[in-house]
Design a protein around this ligand. Structure first.
Ligand code: AKG
Ligand code: FE2
Length: 292
């Protein structure tokens, strides 16, 4: 029997007793989508899905974007990116260490894909949890003085703090690496406070790791802003910690959800199948760093 409960009063809703056939019921699917907009993260516990079925569910929300580095795509399904610390024949089967810091997905691009979907293909329950916090709830908890101060501000977003050094960068100086990063991934701007269209609630958009700072703030003001955000985002009494069980399906709204993948204990494998879902009418091309 299908049951729904809130994961916390602030973020997350969880469905149990749902299989793929049950999701053919339009009323149940509508309830799931409604929950996604109201609670930002939806968990469907232990649902057996083939890759085709996962992709079919993703297509109901928009357009799955194939991951740009083909070696980390699922060998048969380009829409699925494999996020994994496991190896096969001595080679990584997917991208390791995805999202191991608090962030909203891909804020450093102009038009980030609105949904992310993860399927727990091979997941431990004892570590490698995913923590979530609502950016709407973070806004609600901002001191009034900060709400006023941030109301008309613009955030400068960049991936440069988190860009990965790849083999082709060997020999570059740090300055050259940074210059190349800025050229390949020009900084983008977004308002610091946005309104979620579906719920009508304001939310904070941006975080320390994907922002250079707030336009017009000096370094001390930026640090005060980032420290306040860190404190609000990581407040355990408002965080939902998803302890994975095999074959969980987790979907979140990228703009209104902060999240972090926590460490996996040594020697333990963890593989999730990730689909990034753009708006059906979006024309943006996939880029590698959309991974997190
Ligand atoms: O693997 C996880 O728990 C989440 C990683 C992440 O940030 C993402 O997939 O966007
Ligand atoms: Fe992420």
């Amino acid at each position: 029997m299908t049951q729904k409960k809130l994961s916390t009063p602030f973020v997350g809703a969880e469905f149990t007793g749902v299989d793929y056939d049950a999701l053919q019921d339009p009323a149940l699917w509508a309830e799931l989508v409604e929950s996604l907009h109201a609670h930002d993260v939806v968990v469907v516990r232990s649902i057996d899905l083939t890759p085709e079925q996962q992709i079919e569910l993703a297509k109901r929300l928009g357009r799955p974007v194939p991951f740009v580095i083909s070696k980390y795509r699922h060998p048969e399904y380009e829409e699925i990116m494999i996020s994994s610390n496991e190896q096969k024949d001595g080679k990584p089967v997917g991208v390791a260490r995805v999202g191991n810091f608090w962030h909203q997905d891909s804020t450093f691009v102009a038009d980030p894909a609105p949904f992310t979907m993860l399927y727990g293909f091979n997941v431990p329950s004892t570590s490698g949890h995913t923590k979530f916090a609502s950016a709407k709830d973070v806004y609600d908890r901002l001191p009034e003085e900060w709400k006023a101060r941030l109301a008309d501000k613009t955030g400068n977003h960049t991936v440069s703090k988190r860009l990965r050094i790849r083999p082709e960068h060997v020999g570059l100086s740090v300055a050259e690496f940074r210059a190349q990063a800025d050229f390949e991934h020009p900084p983008v701007q977004h308002p610091v406070i946005l309104k979620d269209e579906e719920s009508g609630r304001p939310y904070v958009y941006g975080s320390r790791e994907y922002m250079a700072g707030v336009e017009g703030f000096d370094p001390n003001e930026d640090e005060a802003f980032f420290s306040l955000l860190d404190e609000l985002i990581t407040d355990e009494s408002h965080v939902y910690t998803h302890q994975w069980t095999p074959h969980d399906l987790v979907i979140w709204k990228t703009r209104t959800t902060y999240h972090i993948a926590t460490e996996v204990e040594p020697g333990v494998g963890r593989t999730v199948h990730r689909v990034s879902i753009e708006s059906a009418d979006s024309e943006a091309a996939p880029v590698e760093e959309r991974v997190q």
